[in-house]
Design a binder for this molecule. Structure first.
Ligand SMILES: [Zn+2]
Length: 53
């Protein structure tokens, strides 16, 4: 299987929006970081909501 983002062979697959995406190690790390970033944003948003309420 080939990485979704580059020409390297995929080391693993992740499920994103209900779709399985093949990723190499490097792009898997990138996806992890972007997921972590969006989780952090959600937490900030939740705290803002709490403050407003
Ligand atoms: Zn890749």
């Amino acid at each position: 299987m080939q990485c979704h983002y580059c020409d390297r062979s995929a080391d693993l697959t992740v499920e994103k929006d209900g779709v399985h995406v093949a990723l190499c190690e490097e792009h898997f790390q990138e996806q992890l970081e972007s997921l972590a970033a969006s989780d952090a944003l959600d937490e900030v948003r939740e705290q803002l909501d709490v403050d407003r309420a």
